[in-house]
Design a protein around this ligand. Structure first.
Ligand code: NAD
Length: 484
């Protein structure tokens, strides 16, 4: 895939079913993380474009989209999913180029996007209201209705997957969406909009405005015509978005960061755990909200787990996305600097192992060697803050109570896992861990489109993915009829 092969012009916004110039007439540079070179220019949309996009979405709600049955909406989503599948390789190469993720991981993201559309297409007509037994002479029932216009602000790390889980669920419920992708990676969002158009999604139902967070993003989260905001990104911006949306009293879903632990007990199957312990930390170069950046290991198996993780780290190869090695570059020079700052704060810690940046990796690429730290205190900054890079810390513990206290001892609560053959312990910890998801003897369950996902604490609130997301992307109306 070369940028010349694109079938749409990335310097335009997609509004009202067509490609339009941004109101400012300005563009932003999109940089290839693998070599630091310019990929292309994208539109620098701003508040004026967001206004246009919100108006187009409102108009769509009053048009054919608003009158479609749930089953018809589902069929359109399924058709978009089929087009995603038939363009899978192009989308994967575009995502790899733009995000810097190894091609195999980008291919998995395309498959997830197609699966989200299949799932939400099928679910569109499955969410029913209820009848409520009430006073004599009344019939009371509830209706599930769309919010109206939904705003979706997404990050650069998994654009396609996040579009699938948030825009997919919103459209299934009959909303019309305005999507603001991240300025660092937005090509698959634009490609997706065009595939949706080709699949017959009516004009205005999905609008994509690229641009800066402080301009297009802030305009979207604070727009009076937006009825629900779904934000995926950092804690700091999440707070801003919630504040901006509160001006209009609209619901907000916040999918934020994490410091997710895996707890490995003496009675765990270490062979089964090992690939998960390392992969969950270095996948997408650690730029994953649900990255497992803390590995908590009981003292009886601490040395064995550490040695075996270190051996795996020694084998990790880092290089350009399209070479499809274990780990790609970080998204930007800024992100690289952030991760290097964290690494320098670990200078006095025991570095257990490092991966290898390949010798001919382009000098302008944003590469960082994956790094494993051993015996880290639970209060150390590397064990508390989200690094968003390929860095893991291994922390020893004595017993279950200490493991739980360390695991719950950060401001986050997104994902956790327990590796143990003791069923009672698994059940106790599944309840006691403060986390949106808990995995027992696995980590991540392969992504799980069907599995509700979201955080507690500073990892956010609200749930996306699975059937549960449909509740968040709809509102409930109670109808009470007095008929005697
Ligand atoms: P970010 O918060 O800087 O940016 C995310 C999005 O918000 C981008 O589209 C950006 O343009 C926009 N934005 C920036 N400023 C804004 C403003 N003032 N108003 C409105 N929008 C604004 O985050 P990032 O650095 O791009 O992404 C990394 C973070 O995202 C990490 O903390 C990671 O954990 C989190 N994340 C969470 C999940 C999840 O599902 N929980 C998934 C992926 C990433």
């Amino acid at each position: 895939m070369s940028i010349q092969d694109l079938w749409f012009d990335p310097s335009l916004c997609f509004i009202g079913g067509g490609w339009v110039d941004p109101a400012s007439g300005q563009t932003l540079d999109l940089i290839d993380p693998s070599n630091g070179e310019l990929i292309c220019q994208v539109a620098r949309g701003d508040a004026d474009d967001i206004d246009q996009a919100v108006s187009a979405a409102q108009a769509a709600l009053g048009g054919p989209w608003g009158r479609m049955t749930a089953a018809e909406r589902g069929r359109v989503l399924a058709k978009i999913g089929q087009l995603v599948q038939s363009n899978a390789e192009v989308l994967a190469r575009l995502e790899a180029l733009d995000v810097g993720k190894p091609l195999t991981q980008a291919r998995a993201d395309v498959a997830a996007l197609a699966r989200y559309l299949e799932f939400y297409g099928g679910a569109a007509d499955k969410l029913h209201g209820q009848t409520i037994p009430y006073l004599d002479g009344y019939t009371v029932y509830t209706l599930r209705e769309p919010h109206g216009v939904t705003g979706h602000i997404i990050p650069w790390n998994y654009p396609m997957q996040i579009i699938g889980r948030s825009v997919g669920a919103a459209l299934a419920m009959g909303n019309a969406a305005v999507l603001k992708p991240a300025e660092e990676a937005c090509l698959t969002a634009l490609a997706f909009a065009d595939l949706a158009r080709q699949a017959g999604l009516p004009e205005g139902v999905l609008n994509v405005v690229t641009g800066l967070g402080a301009e297009a993003g802030a305009a979207l989260s604070g727009h009076a015509g937006v009825n629900h905001v779904s934000f995926t990104g950092s804690v700091g911006v999440g707070k801003l978005v919630q504040r901006q949306a509160s001006e209009n009293i609209v619901p907000v879903t916040l999918e934020l960061g994490g410091k997710s632990p895996q707890l490995v007990f003496d009675d765990a199957d270490i062979d089964a755990a090992l690939p998960f312990l390392v992969n969950a930390g270095v996948q997408n170069a650690g730029q994953t909200c649900s990255a497992s950046s803390r590995i908590l290991v009981q003292r009886g198996v601490f040395d064995e787990v550490l040695d075996r993780m270190a051996a795996r780290y020694g084998d990790l190869q880092v290089g350009p996305a399209l070479q499809d090695l274990d780990v790609g570059p970080l998204i930007s020079a800024r992100q690289k600097k952030t991760v290097e700052n964290f690494l320098s704060q670990g200078a006095s810690l025991e570095k257990a192992a490092e991966g290898q940046i390949i010798a001919d990796a382009p000098a302008g690429g944003h590469y960082v060697a994956p790094t494993l730290f051993a015996g880290v205190s639970p209060n150390h900054v590397l064990a508390q803050d989200e690094i968003f890079g390929p860095v893991q810390v291994v922390i020893p513990f004595d017993d279950e109570a200490e493991a739980l206290s360390i695991a719950n001892g950060t401001k986050f609560g997104l994902v956790a896992s327990v590796w143990s053959s003791n069923g009672a312990r698994q059940m106790r910890l599944a309840k006691a861990l403060r986390s949106g998801q808990v995995f027992l003897n696995n980590y991540g369950a392969g992504g799980g489109v069907e599995l509700p996902f979201g955080g507690t604490g500073q990892s956010g609130h609200g749930r996306e993915k699975g059937f549960e997301a449909l509740y968040g992307f709809s509102t409930l109306k109670t109808v009470a009829a007095l008929h005697g």
